[in-house]
Design a protein around this ligand. Sequence first.
Ligand code: DON
Length: 304
Amino acid sequence: MDYQNIFLEIPKELEQIADKGNVASYIPELSNINPDKFGIHLTTIDNRNYSLGDSDEKFSIQSISKVLSLCLAFKLEKDELWSRVGVEPSGSPFNSLVQLEYEKGIPRNPFINAGALVICDVLVSRLSHPKRDFLEFLRRISGIENISYSPRVAASEKSTGYRNLALISLMKEFGNIENNIETVLDLYFNLCSIEMSCKELSKTFLFLADYGVHPLTKERVVSVSKSKRINAIMQLCGFYDEAGEFSFKVGLPGKSGVGGGIVAIHPGQYSIAVWSPKLNEKGNSYKGMKILEFLTTRTRSSIF
Ligand code: DON
């Protein structure tokens, strides 16, 4: 596939996309970003790389980190995990509280905030130094040393993170959080604050395009079965109450973050990351979704 030539069509495509959406401002630090940034990077499983725009610039990956924390928790906890968090789409916004009460503190899936908080609780229980150990895991599976938390973004989110505090408090009351809620929230805010570029994200996620083995580092990150399941959860839950729309238009498993990033996987072929900070009303990158829709149609490379 001649991705390079197709990538050259993206600027023309971008010109035709309305300048809609808003940068996330409920986390004050995120509102400082230049809204016109745009980057994209595709890596094939045989390590061919295609990029455009601000693809080397690091940004706040936010909820994209939920896929990586799920990978580690699933490895450590195995199928026990699924008694504490479901695998069904929520049909609700990522930070919604309503479902959680009538479903007795069991989040619908690991990608809504409530589910990701349960995953962080598992990591706090299982790891001796959760923040350090997670970063070590991430650096190892990506083969990239230069990945860190942003203390500024984590502190900024902590200062306004009342919904996450409400979600974790409710789950604690239902008995679905084992550890001190401050400790779990601290890990959660730090995971959301991780900064990576499109190029780094696309390379890091390659193991989910190659059935659990990272084709560049050769490390088996997760089993074939776990890789299949994690992609399935991305397909169904990666975009919250817009998961159907992303499947419908892009047709790949993927995950978004309120920093404006999206990662998507084509099993057996490639992983791709795109970044454009303005979000639509569901909290997903407005232009990111449009460009991925253009690419999977133009290259005929959706899973459908
Ligand atoms: O907890 C939050 O609200 C943010 N740190 C992450 C939310 C997020 O990225 C949702 N994704 N689209």
